[in-house]
Design a protein around this ligand. Structure first.
Ligand code: SF4
Length: 257
């Protein structure tokens, strides 16, 4: 219940940032045109024309994004084509939305959380169905107990399942689905795992910041994000809700009739 209230508030703020970005970019287009007609210097004219093109593209993308999102929220469903298009639109305007949220003082984690949740719902709508062996689970290193003497970054199966952190439960869960779990200490390593394993679907566990960058990094494979539970800062000894992880796996798993 609390989770859905938080999600609703995040979504409202996300919409707010999108509206503000749309208005701001339209105003900037109008202002740029005004400056353009009053300038004689050719170099400045070229700069202003480029600025107009940029602001126009942003405003078109954001307005389309608002329309598709609003129709989706209003009707409760979205078709595959619109879902793919919205995914592309949001990914393209994401850096601009982050800049605008900073300007209007909206916590960036809120926007990142809303972005991941919207992206997750889009992935659900794409109804991707694969075998367990085609799903890769990417885990952050902070999920391992910081006192654990076993190195699991190269091979998660070095874990002795002692119960001092959630890694043992994750191994049990993924083994039941015949899928592989790997630990990535950063974006570069995550990309290497993806390149090596060539999964058809990815479930990534991470914080808001890392999930958004992971989602934006990997475009050809559907990525579903599950937020990790951060109990201590700076980030260490984090955890994850095993039920949420199971739900994410079930969403991707192909059921043979
Ligand atoms: S469950 Fe595995 S990774 Fe976690 S502390 Fe125990 S041995 Fe280490």
């Amino acid at each position: 219940m609390l989770g859905s209230v938080v999600m609703k508030n995040d979504r409202k703020k996300f919409f707010g940032v999108m509206f503000f970005t749309a208005i701001l970019s339209v105003v900037l287009v109008v202002l740029s045109i005004y400056f353009l007609v009053n300038k004689n210097n050719n170099f400045i004219k070229i700069v202003i024309i480029l600025a107009i093109a940029f602001f126009m593209i942003v405003s078109i993308f954001v307005i389309f994004g608002i329309i598709i999102l609003s129709r989706w929220v209003y009707s409760g469903n979205i078709n595959k084509k619109s879902a793919m298009f919205l995914k592309f639109l949001l990914k393209t305007i994401y850096p601009v939305l982050m800049m605008v949220s900073k300007v209007i003082n909206i916590d960036k984690a809120t926007i990142q959380r809303a972005y991941c949740n919207i992206h997750n719902t889009l992935i659900e709508n794409l109804k991707v169905k694969v075998d367990g062996s085609d799903i890769l689970l990417l885990l952050p290193h902070c999920i391992q107990n910081s006192q654990c003497p076993y190195k699991i970054t190269n091979d998660i199966y070095n874990c002795k399942m002692c119960g001092k952190c959630i890694v043992g439960d994750i191994i049990k869960l993924t083994s039941a689905y015949n899928m592989e779990a790997v630990v990535a200490t950063g974006g570069t390593l995550a990309r290497q795992w993806v390149k090596k394993r060539r999964p058809k679907a990815i479930i990534a566990v991470a914080c808001e910041r890392d999930l958004t960058s992971g989602i934006n990094d990997i475009s050809k494979i559907p990525v579903y994000g599950v937020f990790n539970i951060i109990k201590k800062t700076p980030c260490h000894d984090t955890s994850v809700d095993i039920d949420k992880l199971k739900n994410a796996i079930d969403m991707f798993i192909k059921v043979d009739n």
